[in-house]
Every structure is written in C-alpha cells, then in structure tokens.
Design a protein around this ligand. Structure first.
Ligand SMILES: Cc1ncc(COP(=O)(O)O)c(C=O)c1O
Length: 364
C-alpha cells in the first residue's frame, strides 16, 4: 500500500473509485443485461433507497407496495412519505397466494390517477411467494407508472431476466442466494428511465452520463475483497449452471410443499446425501439434529420446546428451512406460542410460517 501511487497501471487495492466493468458484465450475464446497466452497490437496501430518494415526486403522488415488504424495501418510502407527503398504499397479499390473476387484480384495484409507482418484491421474504413480476410491470406501464422490483430473494434462487420482466428498476443482494460475501448489492435501472433518477450517494462520478449506472457506485473507499468474493461466487454459480441450481431448488421446494415426510433417512436420500447428520452441509446437519430434538420436545410440552438448544441460535434462513421440514399437524398452534422466544426470527416470520402450516394442514 505504501508504494501505491494511484496511477492507472498500479493494481487497485480498494473499491469505490473504479467502474469494475468486467465484474458488472459477468453479473449482467446472469440477469440478461449489459454490465453498464448495472451498478454494484452494498445490498438491496441501497437500491431501494436509491429509487425512493432518486425520484422526483410531489405531495399526494401515490406509491403502491405490498403489505409484505421487507423493511429494507419500504422504509425509504416511509421516510419519503413523512418528508414529502407522498401517499403509500399497501396491497394485502392473500395467504395462500397461488393465483397470479388475483394478485394482478389486487394491484389493479389500488391504482388511481395519482399513482406513480408500483414497488413490489419479486419473491416475498417471509412467505416465499413469487409475484408475477412481468405482469405487474405491464400493469404499471399500462397506467403510466414505474415498476420497481425488490429482487433480494430472487437473484440466484430463480431465473431473473430483466429484459423479459421489463421493469424500470431492480435491486438485489448477491450475498443471499448467490452466496457472495455480505456487502454486495446489484442495482439496475432501465436505460430509457435512468434520467428520472437522481444519484443519491454522490462522489466524483455522480453526474457521469457516459457509463450507464456507474454514477450509482459512488460510495467512497470500499473493500475490494468483497468484489473478489462476488466474482468467485458468480464463477461458482456459472460452473454449476444456473439451470441446474434452479431445478434442484424447485425439486426440494416441491417435496416440502407436497408435504412429504422429512424424517432423517428421507431427507438424506432426497438431498442426495449419504447421512444428513454427518453431512458436510451445515444447514442440513442442523436441520437433522434440531428436527430430532424438536419432535421429542413437541411430544412433551411447549415449555420443553423452548429449551430446544439449537433453535433460538439458528440463523433465520436455517430456522425457516427447519420449520418447513417439520410435520404440519399441530405445529401452527405451537409456533404461535413459541414465536416470542425467537428474537431473531421475529413476530413476522413465525406467524407467516404458521399460516403456511395451516395450509399444509388443510391439504393433508
Ligand atoms: C425481500 C427482501 N428485500 C430486501 C431485503 C434487504 O436485504 P439487504 O439486507 O441485503 O439489503 C431482504 C433481506 O432479507 C429481503 O428479504
């Protein structure tokens, strides 16, 4: 570092002051746009703040969201509502939400002549419902509105083709399903809409109109190792093949959705593992071990359940996965009771899982 003279030919040891085009190109391939159409940010929350703060809106203009937004996707709008008196409307997403026509109708019924924006998650974080992003985008455009999509849970989990969706902006967190290091974000604005968005976080290239989304990457000195990690994560994803990854996830999700029994031996067989509890896959191992403890405790009493050692310490995605593995019957009631004992899983996640269990119960 002491010999770093900032000249063009010296290796770059930081991020935040260079366009990173090869990496943006690589990420662009995954979502079917050019690298210049993408900014590398820190996470989805950055993208959400950039769209909410970058748009010129007047008092009384309406923004339609869902009632299932992650705080990272709604709070910037809430601040805008408080500061500039724009109006937020939240479409109630039904449980279960299996009918795309119904979802589109719910949004359509909320649009008025004052509506300027439809902002919605591609995949809802608490329930995993996939919203019909292309159809909602078409609806927004029919009414002269912008369609802004929160893809935090979609990138790496499901195919994301931004040209096909046609949305005006899309932001995501490659550190989730793409397995990049935390602190990596992706932000896209459609070329013909880009002028509508001011740059929120400004440094020297804040007004650069020559390199697409570069002006949204002006965060000052950053940690280059995060970008190296993103690069490696993308290579890993492409090496396995996005198609294979999505197919595998769909297979596992369908098994769970169909209410198949997930006792240890089945879990092992269906996950292609020799032995789940001895597996190198930490989450499968956790799920197997905790599942055994959970069911034993369940047979006894709820207070006993609270003492299940692994559960409160599991991080949210593992916990969610574990709960989806559990047998449906009787779980709903118990989940409601134990919800307060999970500080990190919060009151919103558990009741929605409980709703899902109710659906499974009805089916079985
Ligand atoms: C749907 C959704 N949107 C936004 C976010 C915020 O993501 P981040 O913390 O990476 O900014 C999350 C995080 O879980 C999410 O699930």
């Amino acid at each position: 570092m002491t010999r770093w003279d900032y000249s063009e030919n010296t290796p770059n040891w930081i991020s935040g002051y260079s366009p990173e085009l090869p990496l943006r190109d690589k990420l662009g391939k995954l979502v079917n746009v050019e690298g210049k159409d993408i900014a590398l940010t820190q996470n989805a929350t950055f993208g959400s703040n950039f769209v909410a703060n970058g748009l010129s809106l007047k008092s009384g203009d309406e923004v339609i969201l869902t009632d299932r937004e992650h705080p990272g996707a709604i709070c910037a709008w809430q601040e805008r509502a408080k500061k500039d008196r724009i109006v937020l409307k939240q479409v109630p997403i039904p449980t279960p939400a299996n009918d795309p026509d119904q979802l589109v109708e719910l949004f359509a019924g909320t649009i008025t002549s004052r509506t300027r924006v439809l902002a919605f998650p591609h995949i809802i974080s608490s329930t995993a419902v996939v919203l019909p992003a292309r159809r909602l985008t078409e609806l927004a455009h029919q009414h002269g509105c912008l369609a802004l999509v929160d893809g935090a849970q979609a990138l790496g989990q499901t195919p994301v083709d931004l040209q096909d969706i046609g949305c005006d902006a899309y932001f995501a967190s490659p550190h989730k399903w793409l397995l990049a290091p935390p602190g990596n974000g992706m932000f896209y604005i459609r070329r013909d809409q880009r002028e509508k968005f001011w740059t929120t976080l400004c440094s020297f290239a804040w007004d650069d109109q020559t390199d697409g989304m570069y002006r949204f990457m002006q965060y000052g000195t950053g940690n280059r190792s995060l970008l190296t990690g993103l690069d490696a994560a993308l290579d890993f994803h492409f090496r396995i093949g996005p198609g294979r990854i999505y197919k595998r996830m769909r297979f596992l999700a369908d098994r769970l959705r169909n209410g198949k029994d997930c006792r240890r031996q089945n879990l092992n067989r269906n996950c292609g593992l020799r032995n789940g509890s001895g597996s190198a896959h930490r989450e499968i191992r956790l799920a197997c071990g905790s599942h055994a403890r959970f069911t034993t405790a369940k047979r006894r009493s709820i207070p006993r359940l609270k003492s299940c050692a692994a559960l409160p310490h599991m991080h949210k995605p593992s916990l969610r996965r574990l709960l989806l593995l559990l047998p449906a019957s009787g779980i709903r009631h118990q989940l409601r009771k134990i919800a307060p004992t999970f500080p990190s899983a919060s009151a919103t996640v558990l009741p929605s899982l409980a709703d899902r269990m109710t659906v499974l119960e009805r089916k079985s």
